[in-house]
Design a binder for this molecule. Structure first.
Ligand code: TSX
Ligand code: MN
Length: 658
């Protein structure tokens, strides 16, 4: 099975061939005839910037100010104020097709492939940072000589220098699109408004899928603040450099800068996913985690699902996994047990808040899935497959001769002699020794198209969260499931989250990497303060949910997976629900409550080695405890909450008595 790459993929970690395929390079046309009528409106604040679409004067005053400031600075050739209509999408698609940035997938309805410049294929962590007045608001007090692996700080002075080298005039000769969007159902008390300025209509197209883009957002804004998102491909005209694949970008100058105190994101040089769809990782995780700290809620890298048992009892679960653990697959599993029902609320991000009764409620702030394509097939994730049969933008996948999609993982679902064109435009046949799709290639489709989308997925109140789950890819030592003793212990379990990565080129083979709360690449502030914020949530009237840890990836001595995974994971979720209801199906172990033998339903599975799945090797856990405590002390120094250190020590103590 092909592994998905997911969130953690970065250009540095995956130095994919940067060479060019002959015929890929084009010299970009110097001028562009607008496909819409340009009105001769001269806006006082905007000087000569023509309005191609929309009524600037009807926008909220604070939005006018924001746009006017950036028109002045970025000097676009025109302003296109988006309304979110289907007609608008059709116009944009038409333009992208005409230019060659998009290619239709004839076999599907309203689906397209976009092939990027091969130099712009992933999030760039080394160019992603947070700027606050005080360094300590972003980075913990690491131990002497240790660098933080979480949010990376830049001083306001440096930020000023870096941004002023890039942004002035960067939209010369380009259209500036103004995208009003809501993260979360428009008008929901848990939702937040953003406005993204971008010079990429591909970005506009994907933002329309991933966020709620609509004129209604202007009304929903009211007296509230909005998150200011500024994005440019960084290719002002005349652009003399080579443009590859009709994808103008500026990889050497990439910058993804966050200003949480100003609720602002500035992104330059890249059009790819998390670098450019600023509502997603930049806003809904990094900026939102700061807002959540200030306002007393949680912005987490979690899926949300509703699970209904054969008796009709429903529980809602939120789960955090590092990349390459199959989070999107889990968010929409087809249960392997008869009579069970899983419904998907979200696959990537959860915004959660305790209501006045103390019940935790969660929403999915997104409106679409931006999933890793390779590894997705009718066996691993049939519900995702159904979701992207229409109205989908695929990026860097391969195409079949008959206008269908192809990527690694679909080998057994297509005729062996299918003629395929790779993401780089080369001819390909199944079995060839190169990759047809980029490992980080994506589908971008509306969540509403998921056959098991939850009827309450757009409920403005959210859904009541009964349990939080952390998971990692842990080939050794870590049991299938365990439950934390209490909230503080659970926060420690999240803080010590680790997962195996096959990624980094500089490491030989596989590596277990720390990814606390699965938030390592997405933290918006000091991680010690973040842990303290979690700890503080456990106060009246809040009823904090139980916290669990799962591991689908334990292997035996031959390296064979001990657990069948996928739809069968519902059996583990069933046990979690029993615990939520307070059933006596657990015993105390040194690392938490574990299932009493036989309390996980294994009916109809082949032979399962229960003892191997739940074994706790003493040496392994002694070593793990030591390593984890050192990691947290190194990373957080004085910012490590004493409660977490206490939990580490108690766990070490319990393990020493095993
Ligand atoms: O997504 C996965 N999940 C969660 C699914 C709901 N994957 C794919 C990970 C890469 C993104 C899994 N891989 C899971 C899993 O639960 N488990 C495994 C490991 C595994 C792989 C193949 C088999 C079994 C387990 N095959 C057979 O048993 C035949
Ligand atoms: Mn993610």
């Amino acid at each position: 099975m092909e592994l998905g790459i997911g969130d953690d993929k970065s250009v540095e970690q995956y130095p994919y061939q940067q060479g060019e395929t002959p015929g890929m390079a084009q010299v970009e046309e110097e001028t562009e005839i607008p496909f819409y009528e340009v009105h001769e409106i001269v806006v006082p604040h905007l000087g000569h910037v023509p309005i191609a679409k929309g009524d600037f004067h009807r926008l909220p005053k604070k939005v006018q100010k924001f746009i006017a400031y950036y028109c002045d600075l970025l000097t676009p050739r025109g302003l296109y104020i988006c309304d979110g209509t289907v007609k608008e999408a059709d116009e944009v698609v038409h333009k992208l097709l005409e230019r060659g940035t998009l290619e239709p997938l004839e076999k599907l309805d309203n689906c397209f492939i976009c092939r990027t410049d091969p130099a712009d294929v992933a999030r760039v962590e080394s160019k992603t940072w947070i700027s606050t007045k005080q360094k300590h608001d972003t980075e913990p007090d690491c131990k002497e000589g240790v660098n933080t692996i979480m949010a990376h700080w830049r001083s306001p002075e440096e930020a000023k220098k870096e941004t002023s080298e890039r942004f002035p005039g960067c939209m010369a000769g380009r259209m500036m699109y103004v995208i009003p969007f809501s993260m979360g159902p428009i008008g929901s008390p848990l939702a937040k408004v953003g406005v993204q300025l971008t010079d990429s209509n591909y970005v506009l197209l994907c933002m329309r899928v991933m966020a709620r883009v609509s004129e209604k957002v202007w009304d929903a804004l009211g007296d509230n603040d909005f998150v200011k998102c500024v994005h440019s491909m960084g290719c002002p005209r005349p652009w003399r450099k080579k443009v590859v694949n009709h994808w103008p970008c500026n990889p050497e100058k990439i910058l993804i800068a966050h200003f949480p105190e100003e609720r602002k994101v500035k992104s330059y040089g890249s059009g790819y996913g998390g670098n450019s769809l600023l509502g997603k990782k930049c806003f809904a995780l990094r900026i939102a985690s700061v807002i959540a700290r200030d306002e007393g809620w949680m912005a987490e890298h979690m899926l949300i699902m509703g699970l209904t048992d054969p008796q009709g009892r429903e529980h809602y679960l939120a789960a955090a996994f590092p990349s390459a653990c199959g989070k999107t697959n889990l968010a929409m599993i087809k249960p392997g047990l008869p009579g069970w029902k899983v419904l998907c609320v979200g696959d990537d991000i959860a915004w959660m808040k305790f209501d006045e009764t103390g019940q935790l409620f969660g929403i999915n702030p997104e409106a679409g899935f931006f999933g890793v394509a390779p590894g997705t097939n009718w066996k691993t994730n049939p519900n995702a497959m159904h979701s992207f049969q229409a109205n989908t933008v695929f990026t860097n996948i391969a195409k079949t001769e008959d206008g269908g999609y192809y990527w690694e993982g679909l080998e057994d679902e297509l005729p062996k002699d299918t003629k395929i064109t790779t993401w780089r435009g080369e001819p390909f046949k199944i079995g060839d020794p190169i990759k047809a799709a980029h490992p980080n290639s994506r589908f971008c489709c509306p969540a509403a198209q998921c056959p098991i989308i939850h009827p309450k997925w757009e409920d403005p109140k959210g859904v009541p969260i009964d349990a939080l789950i952390f998971g990692g890819r842990r080939p050794e030592g870590v049991p299938l499931v365990y439950e934390s003793f209490d909230w503080n212990h659970g926060v420690m379990v999240g803080a010590q989250l680790k997962s195996e990565t096959t990624a980094a080129a500089e490491f030989k083979g596989k590596n277990i990497m720390h990814d606390p709360m699965a938030m390592r690449p997405f933290m918006g502030y000091n991680f010690g303060h973040y842990l303290q914020h979690w700890l503080n949530l456990n106060k009246a009237p809040n009823k904090v949910p139980k916290i669990f840890h799962v591991n689908w990836f334990r292997v035996d001595k031959e390296g064979k997976f001990l657990w069948p995974g996928f739809g069968e994971n519902v059996r583990v979720l069933d046990w979690i629900c029993k615990r939520v209801r307070g059933e006596d199906v657990a015993f105390k172990s040194p690392i938490g409550y574990m299932p009493k033998k036989g309390t996980i339903n294994l009916e109809g599975l082949g032979p399962i080695d229960w003892d191997a799945l739940f074994d706790l090797p003493r040496e392994y856990w002694q070593q793990d405890c030591k390593e984890t405590q050192k990691f947290l002390e190194d990373q957080l120094g004085k910012d490590l909450p004493k409660e977490i250190l206490e939990e580490c020590k108690k766990q070490t103590e319990r393990i020493s008595k095993m």
